[in-house]
Design a protein around this ligand. Structure first.
Ligand SMILES: [Zn+2]
Length: 412
């Protein structure tokens, strides 16, 4: 049998699992796995259920790595690794998804119980069904289909079901990487936790993030006698205008990203005085900056301090900038990395679309791998309803993504 026929068989088998996949979604949805810091119990119960499922469905060498967490009733946060052995052990094709979900938020915005998944117009609705169960279920059934067809893949397949993605991964993949040497540089690591509606985005890079809270201090006075005060709002406005020069100071385009440039934007503004006839003595605004990986965040911070010093001198104010968030971009995964090429081939075959390696403005959990020196790509076909009320997973996407994984498992 040639490889096309093998894939056709596998696709048909995956198609037959459609209802079983929806059923597994519903069962997973009924076990809320919310981080203790968000008011939940963690992932222990969901992990127990999943470990049983893996055992019953032919996965081998199942290991539960427990990251200690005294805030969780179980005392730990579980991370599951499971395998399907291939002909060669030279590399492993990993698919990593996370078990934890975010709280449902305002319940009145939901059309049903967030933990009792329901099907409507080809979609499963419920908390966690897209983020991240869509591709968790897809990856599990891709392996199940291989086994049902009696196909031994060329390489080992590894399934990683991790904890704590939504609150920083310290007890999730970060813990696994720091305490266990299971991943190898030559492994293909797919993290289906980002994507777009057409399945054409393979995320390989990210910008650095710098968020600042900027407090400008002057001196309050009556609106009719500005000379007796120091107008903090006016000084801050000149500062904001001056900060626009950052676009010129840190130029350059990287076509991997959309937009292809670094961005330096004033965003939130706190209220200052409540009345019109007072010169505000204090002003607070915020900056959201997304910086291309080729620039150092440190350098941008230094430039901002220099510009601030000029404003301080000119307007006789004090400017204090406080970091709200700072994340240095991980080294990008190459657009030519084997994991990217494998995904492109599979997406072309299943969805008949050309997928592209791209960068995004914010961090994903794949960065944890990239910082560790591993190539990892984020990919999935999804509508980005994560964290929203009535979160949904398009059943066709779940089944299609399973076929994409199946295609990759068959690639030599
Ligand atoms: Zn997620």
């Amino acid at each position: 049998m040639n490889s096309n026929e093998t894939f056709d068989k596998l696709e048909r088998r995956i198609e037959q699992y459609r209802d079983e996949m929806v059923e597994l979604q519903m069962r997973l949805c009924a076990i809320p796995a919310i981080a203790p810091s968000s008011g939940g119990e963690g992932e222990a119960k969901k992990a127990e259920f999943l470990a049983e499922w893996l055992k019953a469905n032919g996965f081998v060498d199942i290991a539960v790595i427990k990251a200690p967490d005294l805030d969780a009733p179980a005392g730990y946060r579980p991370n599951i690794l499971a395998y399907c052995r291939g002909k060669s052990q030279a590399r492993t094709i990993w698919i990593m998804t996370h078990m934890d979900v975010v709280p449902p938020g305002e319940l009145s915005l939901w059309r049903g119980d967030p933990y009792k998944a329901w099907v409507e117009k080809g979609r499963v609705h419920g908390r966690g069904v897209e983020d991240n169960q869509q591709d968790m279920v897809a990856s599990l059934f891709a392996v199940k289909a291989l086994q049902a067809e009696g196909i031994v893949p060329a390489s080992d397949i590894g399934i990683a079901l991790v904890a704590d993605e939504e609150t920083g991964s310290a007890k999730g993949i970060d813990y696994v990487l720091q305490n266990h040497k299971v991943f190898r540089k030559q492994d293909l690591i797919i993290v289906p936790d980002a994507g777009n509606e057409t399945g054409t985005m393979i995320e390989v890079a990210e910008k650095s993030i710098l968020w600042l809270k900027v407090k400008t201090m002057g001196k309050q006075a009556h609106g009719s006698t500005p000379e007796k005060g120091i107008n903090s709002f006016k000084a801050a406005s000149f500062f904001i205008a001056a900060l626009n020069d950052l676009y010129k100071i840190y130029p350059g385009r990287d076509r991997l990203f959309d937009p292809p440039i670094s961005t330096f934007e004033p965003t939130k503004k706190e209220a200052n005085v409540p009345n019109v006839n007072t010169i505000p003595g204090e002003d607070i605004f915020y900056m959201d900056m997304r910086i291309l990986p080729k620039f150092k965040v440190r350098d941008v911070e230094r430039t901002i301090r220099t510009i601030a010093a000029g404003i301080e001198k000119k307007f006789k104010v004090k400017i204090h900038a406080e970091v709200q968030q700072k994340a240095t971009a991980a080294p990008p995964t190459s657009a030519q990395a084997p994991v990217v090429l494998a995904l492109k081939k599979a997406v072309k075959s299943v969805y008949r679309k050309d997928a592209k390696a791209m960068g995004i403005g914010g961090g994903t959990v794949a960065a944890v791998f990239r910082r560790g020196g591993f190539s990892a790509a984020c990919w999935s076909k999804l509508d980005e309803t994560a964290h929203q009320p009535n979160e949904y997973c398009i059943i066709d996407n779940m089944v299609g993504d399973a076929k994409v994984y199946g295609h990759i498992f068959l690639q030599e």
